[in-house]
Ligand binder design. Sequence first.
Ligand SMILES: NC(=O)c1ccc[n+]([C@@H]2O[C@H](COP(=O)([O-])OP(=O)(O)OC[C@H]3O[C@@H](n4cnc5c(N)ncnc54)[C@H](OP(=O)(O)O)[C@@H]3O)[C@@H](O)[C@H]2O)c1
Length: 228
Amino acid sequence: MKAIVTGGNRGIGLEIAKKLLAKGFEVHVLSRSGIVSPPAGMISWAADVADYEQTIRIVDRIGPADVLVNNAGIMNTKTASDYCHDEILHILNVNLITSVRLSVRVAEQMAGSGGGRIVSMGSIAGEIGHPDIWYGISKAGIVNAMRSLARTFGPRGVIANSVAPGPVETDMMQSIPQERKDRLQAATIRQRFCTAEEVAETVCWLATAAPACINGEVIDLNNGVNYR
Ligand SMILES: NC(=O)c1ccc[n+]([C@@H]2O[C@H](COP(=O)([O-])OP(=O)(O)OC[C@H]3O[C@@H](n4cnc5c(N)ncnc54)[C@H](OP(=O)(O)O)[C@@H]3O)[C@@H](O)[C@H]2O)c1
């Protein structure tokens, strides 16, 4: 069994890659900085997912996959007024466009070989909005894309879902001011954020054991901050 995890070298993605490895997958991790000494069964590929053509060349070398996890993502500290056009295209390429195009490509392959599973990383930002307007837009888009993929490829065995976590303490959160983090944390039921491990557990369930009738769905992980 083969799995591809974009952005699987650190943060939530690394937790996902480790869990899929433990479940017996050969795990192919795509990231810009890679993994220095990946464990046996984990293969690290240098790839910038902002560049679809480069990404697809690597995915073609990896060959048919049973699972694709679109996890790579960036968030900026810019306000809507600060963004220039190239920066908008860049965040949309990383967080949305390559993930969707890659998913279509992999879904076609999965559909031709009896099926497979795709899980994409949304965010609470895609539901309630975000100070980084393009981050929120990209995450709303990815949830919608998984729905469309489920409807298009689901009849041929492809299961495509997303997860939408609230804040998780990773490198990505370092740019968030402590005062905002405290406020966000205080709004949770248990006064804590979900962990990368909890998000990864949910992604792995969707990627392996979740019932096939869960298709085109989004699972929120935000400890009660927002109910869809
Ligand atoms: N942390 C949160 O609060 C939170 C909440 C909701 C959703 N999410 C989503 O969860 C996902 C993982 O986030 P995280 O918190 O684990 O963030 P992180 O620790 O900053 O990790 C981001 C990952 O994406 C990869 N990446 C970024 N740009 C890339 C590019 N151009 N090409 C290839 N890989 C790229 C990074 O690897 P390299 O830098 O080596 O390329 C890294 O593996 C993201 O999609 C994020 O939006 C995070």
